[in-house]
Design a binder for this molecule. Structure first.
Ligand SMILES: [Zn+2]
Length: 104
């Protein structure tokens, strides 16, 4: 089973500056995505997503993209996530949120 992304996977809440309610909002957003693994590898095909040789490829929609090896969708630029205006991090969509529209 693929875990969902959470605040603690991506951010540090030093001195508990971010209130619990805000973290809940952020977690609600992040639950659309799979928990990123340590090496930022694609959970489906295990290729490295990020970096110069990474497989992440931007698509037509701003901030959205996919793994160019297996085509699993991901989002790299995130806006208005609770109190966070913007952050950039490749997060793959959680399998619960991905609908396959055609058979290959
Ligand atoms: Zn992949």
């Amino acid at each position: 089973m693929i875990e969902k992304a959470e605040f603690n996977n991506l951010f540090k809440n030093e001195d508990k500056k971010i209130p619990k309610k805000e973290i809940e909002k952020i977690n609600k957003y992040l639950s659309n995505f799979a928990k990123p693994n340590k090496d930022l590898k694609c959970f489906k095909c295990s290729e490295k997503l990020g970096g110069f040789f990474g497989t992440f490829q931007y698509g037509i929609v701003h901030g959205e993209g996919y793994c160019s090896n297996c085509e699993w969708p991901a989002r790299a630029i995130h806006y208005d996530v609770g109190i966070i205006k913007q952050f950039t991090f490749i997060l793959q969509y959680h399998p619960d949120k991905v609908i396959k529209t055609k058979e290959e």
